[in-house]
Design a protein around this ligand. Structure first.
Ligand SMILES: [Zn+2]
Length: 216
């Protein structure tokens, strides 16, 4: 997998998530806004071929970054930046539970041994498991870095903001997924997550800061 490309500019190649992940994103969005809402967003995103025809539940690489970006852009266009952000974050959260059904057992994060780890280690293992899932099954490229009091979760090739431009970070589905994933791995703690860098505003990666200590 190429890791020498850090920006969206000048790239011709088409990158993909597996069909299964695109399907999870749409099902999660349905959970938060209903089927009619999703149909309206797909219509606006010029993804009409997906209405009542979600990607199949397999690992074939068939959900393009262009489709993911168009879907997320349509949420912002339809509901405004604030409303779109709220919906995308909630979809990211709901999406976690679809992902867990498929990936948790494989990654070992549902085991008793995992449950017994100290909090900081749970966060670390959870973040690495999420990164590994994307790196192994999709063209999304993720790196996790550890600092003294926080982790950095870098997405070097990001489908949410693919080809988009913005003055502020816009990868809200990733934010929701991380928040809920951390809530789940820590057994219900609220961990602060913030996107501080975004390829859409010219940064080399979409980067989230994750505190090691919970808010509560
Ligand atoms: Zn992004």
């Amino acid at each position: 997998m190429a890791t020498d490309e850090h920006t969206n500019e000048g790239e011709q190649k088409t990158y993909y998530w597996p069909n299964k992940m695109g399907r999870m994103m749409l099902l999660a969005l349905e959970d938060v806004m209903g089927k009619n809402g999703v149909n309206a967003v797909l219509n606006l995103a010029k993804l009409r071929h997906l209405i009542n025809n979600y990607p199949p539940n397999n690992l074939d690489l068939g959900w393009s970054f262009e489709e993911m970006a168009a879907l997320n852009q349509a949420l912002d266009d339809m509901y405004g930046p604030r409303g779109g952000k709220g919906l995308a974050m909630r979809a990211g959260r709901a999406g976690l539970y679809y992902a867990l059904k498929d990936f948790a057992a494989v990654l070992g994060i549902a085991d008793l041994a995992f449950r017994l780890l100290p909090l900081g280690m749970k966060i670390k293992v959870g973040l690495n498991a999420m990164a590994e899932t994307f790196n192994k099954t999709s063209d999304q490229v993720v790196r996790v870095e550890e600092e003294v009091d926080h982790f950095l979760y870098h997405i070097d090739r990001c489908p949410v903001c693919w080809g988009r431009t913005s003055d502020v970070p816009i990868c809200h589905a990733g934010l929701g997924l991380l928040q809920e994933g951390l809530h789940w791995v820590t057994g219900g703690k609220n961990i602060r997550v913030e996107e501080v860098r975004c390829i859409a505003k010219g940064d080399p990666s979409c980067t989230y800061v994750i505190d090691k200590r919970p808010l509560d």
